[in-house]
Design a protein around this ligand. Structure first.
Ligand code: NDP
Length: 478
């Protein structure tokens, strides 16, 4: 996509002032094209279009909306190759991953919420002989949907699908680094019969720019953000003056706890994935690995060996396991964390640098660091790259304390074949999503979201509709 435009009221348009910014392919450093840079004028226009469209879209039936959502899912599937290539070119992620995960899941997000909305119910309460109460579920209005760059279409559709299914309209602000699949989605929505103004996309930057203008706009009712914890704090501040409804999926520093009685092969194979898939740029990655001491040496040795064997390189090569990070700037940030970990006594057992065989692109080797503790920056801050730390532990109490010693609380993984311990530890861990003997296994009906500073609210199944709908109680005297 050489020229990425906004999508406002059913039409692709440039910015009023003609401003653009460059879109780069991080795996080559080459410029892919230009992106329209939206400002207040574009956000205003998009919000006005969404408000107008809300009058009719909110009055369609769930059946009608579900049919359109299924058409969107069909079109995503039909356009899988193109969408996957756009995603890979924007992000540097392996094309094989975009084809097998990002795009199929994006289609499924629409199918899932299309089906779910048809079965949504509300409660009735009878005051016997006196009155009957029933609740009506209604869409809220215009939603601002702000998405990150790591799983661009996957995470955007996780918002757009329930938003539309519930009868809201939206203004999307994709991450500035990954604008193309959101733009293609707009085209697909139009093709699927989504009325003009229901879905709008405005490109641009976050702070003091399109993102912020959207969050402070007085005619936007809800904001759903996936991004960094610091961004959540900024958005909360700017949304406060109009008291918007907020849903935040934010950062994580997720513990991966391995007890000595685990299924070793399963634990190690999944840990390689939960550490390095998508270059470690997944909010759910288990970046703090705690291994029970009797297993520690064997586990570290196997992890280092497998990390070394991962093929880092051209995202278009089907053999590639680890692609490029999102940008040179992000690579410098990731490397800064590794450098400071070493200064604080950490030992890099594998990785910690750019691969020598790649002469260009933001590539970074899968990295395993040991000899750090809970006082080190690397075990406390989210790195969001292919970097994990491994620490030994001796007791269940100790590892629970270490795992919970963070202001994040997104997810946690634990490996054990002791059922009682699994229940006990899962009950103690402070995280919104806990996996036992697995990772990233998702049933979209379940609540998804973070505790502490990893988020506000839950998404998935009925929880998404709790956010995207209002309940209105009607009390009828008998
Ligand atoms: P950012 O927080 O930098 O950006 C997320 C989105 O918010 C982007 O569209 C960004 O625009 C926008 N934004 C930034 N500042 C503001 C602002 N002041 N007002 C309004 N919008 C703003 O996150 P990243 O894109 O870097 O994504 C990585 C982060 O996302 C990690 O912390 C990761 O853990 C988290 N994440 C959480 C998930 C979860 O489910 N909990 C899932 C995936 C990622 P722009 O890009 O133009 O700056």
């Amino acid at each position: 996509m050489e020229r990425v435009l906004h999508f406002i009221d059913g039409a692709f348009v440039p910015s009023e002032d003609g401003r653009t910014f460059d879109n780069l392919n991080p795996a080559t450093g080459e410029r892919i094209g230009t992106v329209a840079e939206g400002g207040r004028a574009e956000i205003d226009k998009a919000v006005r279009a969404a408000r107008r469209a809300f009058r009719t879209w909110s009055r369609t039936t769930a059946q009608e909306r579900a049919a359109i959502l299924h058409r969107i899912a069909n079109l995503i599937e039909e356009n899988l190759e193109e969408l996957a290539l756009l995603e890979t070119t924007d992000t540097g992620k392996p094309l094989s991953l975009a084809k097998s995960l990002d795009i199929p899941r994006s289609a499924y997000n629409f199918r899932f919420f299309a089906d779910f909305v048809k079965g949504l119910s509300t409660e009735t309460f009878e005051m016997e002989g006196v009155a009957l109460n029933y609740a009506l579920r209604r869409p809220v209005g215009v939603a601002g949907l702000i998405s990150p760059w790591n799983l661009p279409l996957f995470l955007l559709t996780w918002k757009v699908a329930p938003c539309l299914a519930a009868g809201n309209t939206c203004v999307i602000k994709p991450a500035e680094l990954t604008p193309t699949t959101a733009t293609k989605l707009a085209e697909i929505c139009k093709q699927a019969g989504v009325p003009d103004g229901v879905v709008n996309v405005v490109h641009g930057f976050g702070p003091d720019a399109a993102g912020q203008f959207l969050t402070e706009h007085e005619d936007v009712d809800l904001i759903s953000l996936t991004g960094e914890t610091t961004t959540g704090k900024a958005v909360m501040r700017s949304a406060a003056s109009t008291l918007k409804r907020l849903s935040f999926e934010l950062g994580g520093k997720n513990p991966n706890i391995v007890f000595a009685d685990c299924d070793f092969e399963d634990a190690i194979a999944t840990t390689v994935r939960s550490s390095f898939v998508n270059q470690g740029e997944v909010c759910l990655c288990g970046s703090r690995i705690y291994v029970e001491r009797p297993l520690y040496d064997r586990f570290v040795e196997a992890l280092v060996d497998r990390a070394r064997k991962l093929r880092v390189g051209d995202p278009l090569d089907p053999q590639t396991d680890v692609g490029s990070l999102i940008s040179e700037e992000h690579l410098e940030r990731v490397h800064g964390f590794v450098r400071r970990a070493v200064e604080q006594g950490g030992r890099v057992l594998v990785g910690g640098k750019r691969p020598e065989h790649l002469k260009r692109g933001a590539f970074y080797e899968p990295t395993v660091i040991v000899d750090v503790d809970e006082t080190c920056e690397i075990t406390r801050q989210e790195v969001f790259g292919p970097v994990v730390t491994v620490q030994p532990f001796d007791t269940e109490e100790e590892v629970i304390r270490l795992a919970n010693d963070t202001h994040y609380g997104l997810s946690a993984t634990l490996w054990t074949s002791n059922l009682k311990r699994a229940h006990r530890v899962a009950g103690e861990l402070e995280a919104g999503v806990i996996w036992v003997n697995t990772w990233f296994l998702r049933d979209l009906r379940t609540p998804f979201g973070g505790m502490k500073q990893s988020g506000i609210g839950r998404e998935g199944g009925v929880h998404s509709f709790e956010f995207f709908t209002e309940l209105k109680n009607v009390c009828i005297k008998l």
